[in-house]
Write a protein of this length. Structure first.
Length: 320
């Protein structure tokens, strides 16, 4: 299914039965290859699948009415929609650069059932992210740098692993981590509204070990890879730009989690500052359209990459 065809399901007319449409979407999500590769100038990048989760469709689409969002993302009987936990792996002279790490394997059965998590390894590793790295001929030790868009559990859970004795250690033993400045303080001082999304074992051990660099908007973390502050989902959320030979790819993180969220007002209920998200989206999508960026979608169940263009009702995803 292309990004264009996914967006086209919002056209006028009756929606297909939820059960049939939801099952079709689940099958399409499950059939995604572990790795999708493309070039950005001289750099090779891979969309690597770290598993699936299932979150409430209403929460994922905020104030957008269900009859509209369900045409794009049909829900299961528990009102959940399948969402990828997709990371970006960049082959670089300094070593592998990994953007976000999925959910990891530290959480128990109750948590995994609540969020509909499927990320177990099929090849003897710890998680599906390990399988994707192995499929490319890499190991965790090959990762030199991890960039987190923010520290929610489905983006930073794979930062660390829990040993049999309960000790938590870095999942990538030779790596350093990049956090957006301010996000760690926000995560470690969460309130009743935000605390469920932040799990300390995913990031506190890294900070305590001196493995974290906190960066400002626009920082180039390695040559050709820089961060772009895109607040709204969290106050310090960042997206990641990969730039080489005049080409640009933007890993959006939770600014625009799926192709269905490309229209400006389609904003998650999870965002703590939705009106800030709106302005962040407006700026990024305007640049993406004008400059021909490729966009990488972290949570779209089917589409890893697309571009954006203008349709009759505003921005829409365009298949590559």
């Amino acid at each position: 299914m292309s990004a264009a065809s996914l967006g086209a399901t919002a056209a006028a007319g009756p929606a297909p039965s939820a059960g049939t449409a939801a099952e079709t979407l689940e099958r399409a999500a499950a059939a995604r290859p572990l790795v999708t590769t493309r070039r950005v100038g001289r750099l090779v990048v891979h969309a690597v699948e770290a598993g699936l989760q299932r979150l409430d469709g209403g929460a994922m689409f905020g104030v957008v009415p269900k009859p509209l969002w369900e045409r794009k993302m049909p829900a299961d009987p528990r009102n959940r929609i399948p969402l990828a936990m997709r990371c970006l792996l960049i082959e670089h002279d300094v070593g592998l650069v990994l953007v976000d790490t999925g959910l990891g394997a530290k959480e128990g059965g109750k948590f995994r059932d609540l969020y509909g998590v499927e990320n177990a390894s099929d090849a003897g590793g710890s998680t599906r992210l390990d399988d994707a790295l192995a499929a490319l001929g890499h190991r965790a030790e090959d990762v030199a740098l991890v960039v987190n868009t923010h520290l929610h559990f489905d983006h930073a859970g794979g930062n660390t692993v829990r040993e049999v004795d309960g000790a938590v250690r870095p999942a990538f033993p030779r790596a350093r981590w990049v956090f957006p400045r301010g996000e760690y303080g926000y995560a470690t001082h969460a309130n009743e509204r935000t605390q469920a999304s932040y799990l300390a074992p995913n990031y506190v051990p890294l900070m305590e070990a001196g493995l974290v660099d906190e960066v400002e908007d626009g920082a180039e973390v390695v040559a050709g890879v820089r961060v772009l502050r895109t607040p709204g989902h969290t106050p310090h959320h960042q997206s990641v730009l990969v730039e080489s030979d005049g080409e640009v790819l933007c890993f959006l993180g939770d600014l625009v989690p799926t192709t269905a969220h490309v229209p400006l007002p389609w904003i998650m209920g999870y965002d703590v500052e939705p009106l800030v998200t709106l302005e962040s989206k407006r700026g990024v999508l305007a640049r993406a359209e004008a400059e021909g960026w490729v966009l990488a979608f972290e949570h779209d169940p089917v589409v890893p990459f697309a571009r954006v263009g203008r349709g009759e009702k505003g921005y829409e995803a365009i298949g590559l």
